[in-house]
Design a protein around this ligand. Structure first.
Ligand code: NAP
Ligand code: G4F
Length: 367
């Protein structure tokens, strides 16, 4: 059946698709005619790959709050990986399915069985530095995984409408000399991770154009939180500062301090993901704050919260942390998202650092 312009609320089975955003509010329910005289309300359903990650955990929270039934793909490991969604596991509308994004056949079965209205493809080997050591595996998860998701959605749309969100990245812009980057800026990827994301981006656009699938890319710039993995630079810094203050760590080893990133808050960015799939038409959006800071700025802002510490006394450079090819300066222009989705970031750079420092020093409340 495929995506058709939004005015058409009838699908091929004669069922009625309720508009998903009504007078600025949200309908967590789909309305279906029943026995020609009454209607039944059907709960909206989402499938999230990468639900155990930073973004997956915030997105699951958001969708459950909105009244969705949520299915999540979780890797089977010998140790606990559900730390970030531990507080949600008892929720009656959260359903966990073991699986791996590189197992396309299993993913297809899960998608066809769960029949989601929306699929958010967040699963990935998402660490850029590591992708130089693991280029094949990174490509299998990032690019192959996205293709499996798109294929599964293409199959499902034979029987019902489904919308797909693809987690694209500002890393795709690489070292292009155009600032800020927008939806029409050229890609110049600088890592195996970014190359794989570019492939997934174009596959998503092509499934939209060729097969009529409602598939959209969110080109998200760096977003952080107290749930950010400890091996990304922001969390590495806030965790280290807190440990150094407690006397649990002496030095903080870092790579390039001059790299500049447009850092936002993950809680704001999952809201943008959801809005992208509620838009009338499938299209791609840059999601960013529009403000860029260097790693050095992040150190300054973090250590401002620790009166007795100077970062210059504890930070040392480790050449192993310098990337073979670095992305030097990213800053995004998200005016398309502001105009069409009404999306704007709520947390600024100083607020983000404060949130992370307060969490890591144990005085803050997790958001
Ligand atoms: P993250 O914290 O690293 O989470 C990645 C998720 O993918 C985790 O749930 C992880 O599971 C899962 N995963 C990894 N390999 C998998 C596999 N083989 N099979 C199934 N699941 C697998 O990343 P994030 O920061 O939440 O980012 C979410 C997505 O957005 C990623 O695709 C990332 O590349 C993209 N993105 C992130 C940013 C950012 O700044 N955060 C910006 C742009 C785009 P485990 O918990 O088991 O490891
Ligand atoms: O925190 P990072 O590792 O994030 P990076 O490479 O920008 O990637 C993140 O954001 C992307 C969006 O643009 C996502 F697509 C991706 O999945 C991931 O979430 O590094 C940020 C900067 C880099 O320039 C890096 O070279 O910090 C520099 N850096 C300096 N010292 C370091 C370190 N990065 C890390 N991870 N560890 C260091 O010790």
């Amino acid at each position: 059946m495929g995506y058709r312009p939004s005015a058409d609320l009838h699908n091929a089975n004669g069922l009625v698709r309720a508009p998903s955003v009504v007078r600025g509010g949200v309908l967590p329910w789909k309305i279906r005619p029943h026995l020609s005289t009454s209607i039944v309300l059907v709960m909206r359903c989402a499938f999230i790959t990468g639900i155990t990650g930073q973004d997956g955990s915030y997105l699951a929270e958001l969708l459950l709050q909105k009244g969705y039934k949520v299915h999540g793909l979780v890797r089977r490991t010998s140790a606990m990986v559900t730390l970030r969604i531990g507080h949600l596991l008892a929720h009656p509308e959260l359903h966990i399915h073991y699986g791996d994004i590189t197992d396309g056949q299993h993913l297809m079965r899960l998608v066809l069985e769960t029949e989601p209205d929306e699929i958010y493809n967040l699963a990935a080997q998402s660490h850029v530095r590591l992708s130089f050591d693991l280029p094949v595996y990174t490509t299998q998860t990032v690019s192959g995984g996205a293709l499996f998701v798109l294929e599964a959605a293409r199959m499902l749309q034979r029987s019902k409408e489904v919308r797909v969100y693809q987690a694209s990245s500002s890393e795709m812009f690489g070292n292009i000399d155009e600032w800020p980057q927008t939806e029409v800026t050229r890609f110049a990827p600088q890592s195996p991770y970014a190359c794989a994301k570019v492939h997934a981006f174009h596959q998503t656009v092509n499934y939209r154009d060729a097969f009529g699938l409602f598939a959209a890319n969110g080109i998200l710039f760096n977003h952080e939180s107290p749930r950010r993995g400890a091996e990304f630079v922001t969390r590495k810094i806030t965790l280290a500062a807190a440990r150094i203050q407690r006397g649990e760590q002496e030095k903080l080893y870092l790579g390039n301090l001059d790299a500049a990133r447009d850092w936002g808050y993950a809680g704001d960015y999952v809201n943008a993901m959801w809005r992208i799939l509620q838009h009338d038409e499938p299209t791609d959006f840059v999601i960013a704050t529009g403000v860029s800071h260097t790693v050095r700025d992040f150190l300054d802002e973090t250590f401002r919260h620790f009166n007795s510490l100077e970062w210059q006394d504890v930070v040392e450079t480790d050449s192993k942390l310098i990337r073979p090819t670095e992305v030097h300066h990213l800053v995004g222009d998200s005016s398309k998202a502001a105009d069409l989705l009404g999306w704007k970031p709520q947390v600024d750079f100083e607020g983000l650092v404060k949130l992370m420092v307060e969490h890591d020093t144990g005085i803050g409340v997790e958001r």
